[in-house]
Design a protein around this ligand. Structure first.
Ligand code: GLP
Length: 253
């Protein structure tokens, strides 16, 4: 867009298939250059179609994860080990079980560690050097990973409280709203920005205001995803509904 030539590259998809395909292209491009690529994985509804498309491409021998090291963005605290809604379990079902990652190649922060501050520091150390490509979703309140509004834009991996708004949004994944954990361990915005490339996937009208604030509003801790404006290599793949509030995108097709 002309008003922010250095800003995020915005790709608006006509439908879910196109969204998945555009996002998968960004992932493939991001992993192509490195011999042992480092991939940052988000969970959530917005990225499910992307992962299905990556599985399809893997089945067609178009992409291999055999040399890829993958790192989870965030994880709930307080769920029993192996809980099906733990992000570690979710990402297995969405992607990892269906492609060719080497054993042990997908890691995340350990929510059962006895000392979570030490675990946060250990995990942050593993992220040093940054991802080649980091996949992100966006919360309705503008959060990325579990960096809720007010989070430092230079923060690192740490234990956080999940806002009531985000707990309500994520309740759809749980049997009872009260089951949604109150705390998480999350990469910080500083950890995320170390990636060489970022891919943000946004779907649905409920994300429109957050996406517009993130891409066209001021860079502010009030909108954690606005930190993406500080990064030079960001691709945003959105459907029309999520892109509908963007000033520079009144008529995407
Ligand atoms: C969750 C996760 C984020 C995710 C976001 C969007 O709370 N912590 O990593 O990107 O919210 O989720 P969804 O795609 O399901 O809307």
């Amino acid at each position: 867009m002309s008003e922010r030539p250095e800003g995020p590259r915005l790709l608006v998809a006509r439908d879910g298939d196109e969204l998945a395909s555009l996002a998968a292209d960004v992932v493939q491009d991001g992993l192509r250059e490195a011999p042992a690529p480092r991939l940052g994985l988000a969970t959530g509804g917005s990225v499910a179609g992307l992962y299905r498309e990556l599985i399809r491409r893997h089945q067609r021998d178009e992409i291999s994860f055999g040399a890829v090291q993958a790192f989870l963005l965030d994880e709930y605290l307080g769920l029993p080990a192996g809980h099906p809604k733990a992000y570690r379990s979710v990402i297995r079902r969405l992607l990892v079980d269906h492609v060719d990652f080497a054993p042990g190649a997908v890691v995340g922060p350990d929510p059962s560690a006895p000392d979570l501050a030490a675990e946060s520091a250990r995990y942050e150390g593993m992220l040093a050097g940054g991802m080649d490509l980091q996949i992100l979703g966006i919360g309705r309140n503008g959060h990325i990973a579990f960096n809720e509004p007010g989070s430092s834009l230079t923060g690192t991996t740490r234990v956080v409280s999940i806002s009531e708004a985000t707990r309500r949004d994520n309740a759809r994944f749980f049997d009872h709203p009260g089951d949604v954990p109150r705390r998480a361990i999350t990469q910080g915005i500083g950890s995320i920005l170390r990636a060489r490339r970022l891919l943000l996937v946004a779907t649905g009208e409920s994300k429109a205001a957050a996406l517009s604030a993130a891409l066209e509003g001021p860079v502010s801790v009030a909108v954690p995803a606005s930190a993406l404006q500080l990064h030079d290599h960001v691709a945003v793949v959105a459907d029309r509904a999520a892109a509908s509030a963007l000033r520079g995108c009144r008529h995407p097709h």
